[in-house]
Design a protein around this ligand. Sequence first.
Ligand code: ADP
Length: 368
Amino acid sequence: MTEETKQPLIEFKDVSLDYGETKVLKKVDLEIEEGKFYTLLGPSGSGKSTILSLIAGRLQPTDGDILIEGQNVNGLPSDQRKVNTVFQNYALFPNMNVYDNVAFGPSIKGFSKKKIDDLVESMLKLVKMDDLADREISEISGGQQQRVAIARALANEPKVLLLDEPLSALDYKLRKEMQYELRELQQRLGITFIFVTHDQEEALAMSDWIFVIDDGRIQQSGSPVDIYDEPINHFVADFIGEANIVPGIMKEDNLVSFAGKDFKNVDAGMRPNERVEVVIRPEDLDIVVPSRGKLQVTIDDQSFRGDFYEITAIDDAGNEWAVQATNPAKIGQRRGLKFDPEDIHIMRLNESEEDFDARLESYEGEDQ
Ligand code: ADP
């Protein structure tokens, strides 16, 4: 944590948005700092695009305040905000060539021909499209259209670039390439990117900071590692990566019971015998001979996934465990499951984000 408190670039304070009776955003608080890559991650319909539209000024909040650089911007129209959006369908002008698409914003501002030329050239170079400036939009590929859309948005010299699922129309390989390029572009330009996706792998790979959104609320925010390693609730654990989630009881500090046995773990600060959910990631489980296992299981199913086997095992209490293993197993075989105390993640059933943060702080540095 930093000592000085820097003014956030964008702030939401208790922002709600209703469409008649339908509550789409529910008291959202968020802070965006300058120069970072942020991702809004959540399932379809969770409210991600609504948040972007509120930042851009295409929508106004029903309740609460939105601040940009400390100024309340409620009611301020889009064209007066230093924010630009790249949309999923790119929304390029089909009757203009690549150059004219990118020059559109600067020419409205009345810049000189020389300034427009220089700006367009540098933006097209940035996205590696300078050789194709004369092409019509219909004569370039989807990936190239995507690059032009980014150049067009950047030519307006925004402080914040909003990207609304910009990669979802691309095939897998191109999508991976564009993920890398976007991340690199953001680092080179140093401006803030706010990227919307429903793809958790994409979010983990690209972001400095992720807001996980469901049902019009921010469920958790943090670095990719924080969110993966310490999911705050069932939704986040399930949505981000694969997770085994079983019911448990925190008997006392550093002792949790699940599947009918007690296990040492690294969590503390809960009520004695508090009911919790226990999360263990499939890649943190090993299949071993039964005598070396902390839990005894029967192998129920397996499938080959390219670089690992996904094995399903059932413990004697009836819990199902997904395991990622390098070696295959035999269905019906008795085996053991091995894991370390730090692989066990505990989620309280109804914990607020403040209580969760306080709990994290209470055992930060303990084992060092
Ligand atoms: P996401 O980007 O996460 O897919 P959106 O922000 O687009 O989600 O939408 C959030 C919710 O708001 C959805 O349930 C959607 O149906 C609802 N919604 C969006 N626009 C309108 C509208 N004009 N009228 C009523 N409901 C809407």
